[in-house]
Design a protein around this ligand. Structure first.
Ligand code: 5GP
Length: 203
């Protein structure tokens, strides 16, 4: 079996990254999953504990950091967000594709720990479209939307740190682009070397 693939997905809030990755994971079935992050932010309407996030208090989050249970974490706005390390390592060991949908600081830290990860940045067709999508979501207050637009501007500056940039204008095309990237990455020699050894040994 080839080893797993860790895929970091970043995008300004409102770019549709969750929709894209949910669709891909649905298609890939048992082969792929999305890491469920931990956060101290409030639950939004339509979200569920253990599905979108594990929602915890600041005290609990800080205790998890102290106990070495986070692969990476950051503060975004005024909240903590982080990736619990255990499930990610377990899935990679079993050869699965694991998606981390995280912001740019987290993405940078993950690369230090997993240099073989692939990093994909999703961009909106324009800032105007991004603001429209954020407002359309209807769940955030005006000040939160303003804050997210400001964060988006600084995040977009860092898209060049990524291996690939995918524009989410037409959803189906963005999905197809990311599936193509994953397939190509799975065929890379460093990922396929276990398979290659198997073939040589059985020749
Ligand atoms: P939201 O509040 O919109 O769900 O997420 C805000 C930002 O935090 C998004 O850019 C999202 O990708 C990022 N984020 C979510 N989970 C994590 C995480 O575990 N680690 C890091 N570094 N960022 C995260």
């Amino acid at each position: 079996m080839s080893k797993g693939l860790l895929v970091v997905i970043s995008a300004p809030s409102g770019c549709g990254k969750d929709t894209i990755i949910n669709e891909i994971v649905k298609e890939m079935g048992n082969e792929a999953s999305i890491s469920v992050s931990m956060t101290t932010r409030d639950m939004r309407p339509g979200e569920a504990e253990g599905v979108n996030y594990y929602y915890v208090s600041r005290e609990q989050f800080e205790e998890n950091i102290r106990n070495g249970e986070m692969l990476e974490y950051t503060t975004y706005g005024s909240n903590y967000y982080g990736t619990p390390v255990g499930p990610v390592k377990e899935k990679l060991k079993n050869g699965k594709v694991v998606f981390l949908i995280i912001e740019v600081e987290g993405g940078e830290n993950v690369r230090k720990i997993f240099p073989d990860c692939v990093k994909i940045f999703v961009i909106p067709p324009s800032m105007y479209e991004l603001e429209k999508r954020l407002r359309g979501r209807g769940s955030d207050k005006e000040e939160v939307i303003k804050e997210r637009m400001e964060i988006a501007k600084t995040e977009l500056q860092r898209a060049t740190e990524y291996d690939y940039i995918v524009e989410n204008d037409v959803l189906e095309e963005a999905i197809s682009d990311i599936k193509t990237i994953i397939r190509a990455e799975q065929l890379r020699i460093n990922i396929m070397q276990t398979k290659l050894r198997e073939v040589i040994e059985n020749a």
